[in-house]
Design a protein around this ligand. Structure first.
Ligand SMILES: *Cc1c(COP(=O)(O)O)cnc(C)c1O
Length: 467
């Protein structure tokens, strides 16, 4: 069994055991090479080999079900890991970028992702953002009628290369996590297809605008069953067929089916797999794969989650009310969802000793706490695992997406450094900096350090500091 992780059901022949072994080696090497220690008590680690494997698995899963020659763009949802070197790695592995803000677009461009492999999908695009995307030739999906009106004005007489579409909400229902269910009746995303008159409005919108050639839906993220995701895609496909039939031509030539493949946070096993999802899709919506439509996907979490680990030193090991509590440096600032919604987002925790070796020993029920000053700052509550001692390391597993790359600045805790690692056959591990740790001076600067007298002096002068 893999070290220190208290549960650990079947690895079922996937790469989980190898991934766990790579992670163990990386934690040990991070301690040995001084990336982790008393002075740097928290880091994020990214498994480069694992990320490449997931990218390859995604591509081959869709290649296996699409007609030869079908254009397929897998666009990584940048929000899942907004780190430039990650986007570059994925780009090299044949994966583009789905962006939803000026910042994410800038990250994709900094990573060298070409406009033709980028998709813009935010629900609140400003006129400037729309103009920029059109001038760059980036594909975008209008979220609502008002946005389409803006596009009308911008597209008229223009020469943009941007493929354009509309995002619809098939309203197929939600999954187990309300906040991540985008296809509920009242979701804020896209045109709600089952609302009165909405479907006809969408069809008309296409018939009136020959330049609308794509259709987009993203049915949800973590917590949505595969069958429900596939149903959302099926309904989107049916709408494309209706539009094309009424247009009398293949006006909609590309379907963007979104992302949302759930991740298994309960064990090392990768489940469901891209291959399973592709199979379910090809059974539910066979026409989608017969070569008449190009495809865009937008997976985020499923590409990165299992390849990230946040490792934190146990500063103190104490006991309260008879319960052992390991006070570590990883809490709400790197695992915000888990701390605020522990029922929806439980994380596995692996225990390592002060040398970075997997800690063994009998399971002891304990809490793993973070460094923030509120009682709920807990990575795990009442978890049975080998007892963490002072100077040990606690590793929060499967945190490669929406965790340490999504820093929450509570208590002005610094963003930890992130390193990518590669482990060779002989067992040696090399690291590369993906992001440096935030320095205290940066925290001060970002907290208005340059405007220290703004509220006591400058405001009386009416000096906004803006020129
Ligand atoms: C968040 C999001 C995704 C990615 O979802 P994952 O669950 O991370 O795969 C894809 N498309 C859109 C429009 C999104 O908002």
């Amino acid at each position: 069994m893999e070290a220190g992780v208290s549960e650990g059901t079947g690895m079922s022949g996937d790469t989980g055991a190898e991934r766990a072994a790579r992670r163990d080696r990386a934690v040990r090497a991070a301690v040995e090479q001084g990336l982790l220690g008393p002075g740097t008590p928290i880091v994020g680690l990214l498994d480069v080999t694992g990320i490449r494997e997931s990218a390859a698995a995604l591509r081959s899963a869709f290649e296996a079900v699409t007609a030869p020659g079908t254009p397929v763009l897998h666009a990584f949802a940048v929000k899942a890991s907004p780190l430039v070197p990650v986007l570059r790695l994925l780009h090299e592995a044949g994966i583009g970028a789905e962006v939803a803000s000026p910042g994410e677009l800038a990250l994709a461009r900094a990573a060298g992702v070409p406009a033709g492999r980028t998709v813009l999908d935010s629900p609140a695009k400003t006129p400037d953002e729309l103009r920029e995307a059109l001038s760059l030739g980036i594909a975008l999906n209008a979220d609502n009628p008002q946005e389409l009106e803006r596009l009308d004005a911008l597209v008229t007489g223009g020469t943009s290369a941007s493929p354009l579409g509309i995002r619809v909400n098939p309203q197929v229902g939600g999954g187990s996590i309300e906040a991540l269910s985008t296809a509920t009746a009242t979701s804020k995303f896209g045109v709600a297809l089952r609302d009165e008159g909405a479907r006809e409005w969408v069809v008309r919108a296409y018939l009136d605008r020959p330049w609308l050639t794509r259709l987009h839906a993203h049915t949800g993220s973590q917590g949505i069953p595969l069958a429900l995701m596939a149903e959302g895609v099926r309904q989107t496909y049916a709408l494309a067929e209706e539009i094309n039939e009424r247009a009398g031509r293949s006006q909609v030539d590309t379907l963007d089916i979104g992302g949302g493949l759930p991740v298994n946070f309960a064990s090392e096993e990768t489940t469901p797999t891209y291959a399973e999802y592709a199979r379910v899709l090809s059974e539910t919506v066979p026409g989608l794969f017969d070569g008449r439509y190009g495809l865009v996907t937008e997976f985020g979490r499923s590409l990165l989650a299992k390849h990230g680990t946040v490792v934190a030193r146990v500063e103190y090991a104490k006991s309260a009310g008879g319960r052992p509590v390991a006070v570590t440096h990883a809490g709400v600032q790197v695992a915000t969802r888990t701390v605020y919604a522990p029922g929806a987002w439980p994380l596995r925790i692996a225990a390592y000793d002060g040398k970075g070796l997997p800690r063994t020993g009998p399971d002891v029920v304990q809490d793993v706490a973070g460094p923030a000053c509120f009682a709920g700052d807990l990575l795990a509550v009442g978890r049975a695992m080998p007892l963490l001692e002072q100077g040990d390391y606690a590793a929060a597993l499967d945190t490669g997406a929406y965790y340490f790359a999504h820093h929450y600045a509570y208590n002005s805790l610094a963003r930890p450094a992130v390193y990518g690692f590669v482990a060779d056959e002989g067992g040696s591990v090399s690291f590369a900096t993906v992001r440096e740790a935030q320095r205290v001076e940066e925290i001060v600067a970002e907290a208005g350090g340059a405007y220290a007298d703004a509220l006591t002096v400058a405001v009386r002068r009416g000096d906004s500091g803006r020129s």
